[in-house]
Write a protein that binds this ligand. Structure first.
Ligand code: ADP
Ligand code: MG
Length: 345
């Protein structure tokens, strides 16, 4: 039993599963949520609903916990910097790189044997015009910050380019749109002394939202090994302390390109709750409390399927057949992740 308190910034489903894992270990939690109703509410010991500027609430939150973690990288760094003497995992340096797509791409390409898709920095229409031409008008415009589930992304082609003439294009990047063979991801968790890696899983997206994760990924061993090496290079270079999800594209000629990094538990790691002896959330809490981080020990092949938008209307039927998780969101919105379920093979 540990009587320290874990502060979690963000109370969505990732915060919710972190609270559940903390409770199993007897660690108390307090959630800082900008939303009045949030998934973690039922599972945390305490919470504060506030924006990132209310001094009184911020102070109460920072005074109420012994260590802190995040469930999203989209948090103002100025807010996180105020956690002075106490520990925040992962480190601010890792959050700063991963919350900005341009910084992240520059960082990844600076590492030896790590590659990404071709990209360019965009700050105005003339940048967009030039770069789109370079990428043969087959590209994706992305905001540098605050994107998730495909939000802040626009496919650019010769026909629609003109419509961006009047848009404010400051702080964007343009990526070449590639025809990948498969998308995979690896989750790393641990600290500078001991890192463990969850085996690669395959991710199926539609409209840029994760629909399904398949364990194990249907790729050959040589690709798996290359992917593991990439994950190791990045996690070690970042001196990871916490969880890092590494999203990758496998190209048609079996090259690995890193798509993006997330310094927190990841949707493509939800399969680890039911199919591994130690989930991404269990191990995150272990890193935070300085307990032993365990090898995942996958037990069974599986598919994790997201329940998105109106699919949620079938939740009762789904949960009568499958192991299903409700994220307790008060409103169903199109493209909103409402829950997930597991299919075991
Ligand atoms: P998000 O933060 O929304 O997850 P991503 O950059 O991972 O943003 O994009 C979401 C999905 O869109 C990816 O998983 C992939 O399926 C598709 N996608 C993103 N960038 C590219 C690209 N350059 N080429 C091809 N597909 C892409
Ligand atoms: Mg992504």
């Amino acid at each position: 039993m540990n009587n320290k308190v874990l502060g979690i910034i963000g109370g969505g489903q990732l915060g919710m599963f972190t609270c559940i894992a903390a409770k199993k270990k007897g660690v108390k939690t307090i959630v800082f949520s900008t939303e009045p109703q949030f998934s973690a509410q039922k599972f945390c010991d305490n919470f504060i609903i506030s924006n990132f500027t209310n001094e009184k609430n911020i102070k109460t939150f920072f005074d109420s916990a012994d260590y802190f973690t995040i469930e999203t990288e989209n948090i103002p760094i100025s807010f996180l910097k105020r956690i002075k003497k106490k520990k925040i995992l992962p480190s601010l340096n890792v959050i700063e790189i991963t919350q900005n797509r341009l910084k992240e791409k520059i960082y990844l390409n600076s590492l030896s044997n790590i590659h990404t898709v071709k990209y360019s920095e965009i700050n105005n229409y003339s940048d967009l015009e030039k770069s789109a031409k370079n990428f043969n008008f087959n590209c994706i415009l992305k905001t540098q910050e605050f994107g998730y589930d495909g939000k802040g992304q626009f496919k650019i082609n010769q026909e629609n380019l003109n419509s961006f003439k009047t848009a404010n294009l400051k702080n964007f990047i343009l990526e070449e749109k590639i025809n990948f063979k498969t998308e995979i991801s690896i989750i790393a968790v641990g600290n500078s002394k001991h890192l463990v890696y969850y085996p690669p899983v395959e991710n199926i997206h539609s409209n840029s939202i994760l629909r399904e994760t398949i364990f194990p990924a249907r790729v050959n061993n040589s690709i798996k090994n290359k992917a593991m090496k990439n994950a190791e290079t990045i996690s070690k270079d970042l001196k990871l302390n916490g969880v890092l999800a590494i999203e990758m594209f496998v190209t048609n000629n079996d090259q690995i390109l890193i798509n993006e990094l997330a310094p927190r538990p990841h949707n493509s790691g939800h399969w680890t709750i039911d199919s591994c002896k130690f989930s991404q959330f269990d191990n995150l809490v272990s890193v935070i409390t300085k307990e032993k981080v365990n090898q995942p020990e996958p037990m069974k092949n599986c598919r994790m399927i997201n329940i998105i938008g109106n699919d949620y209307l079938e939740f009762n039927e789904i949960s009568s057949k499958y192991r299903a998780y409700d994220y307790f969101k008060t409103k169903v919105r199109p493209s909103r992740k409402m829950g997930h379920y597991m299919v075991f093979e």
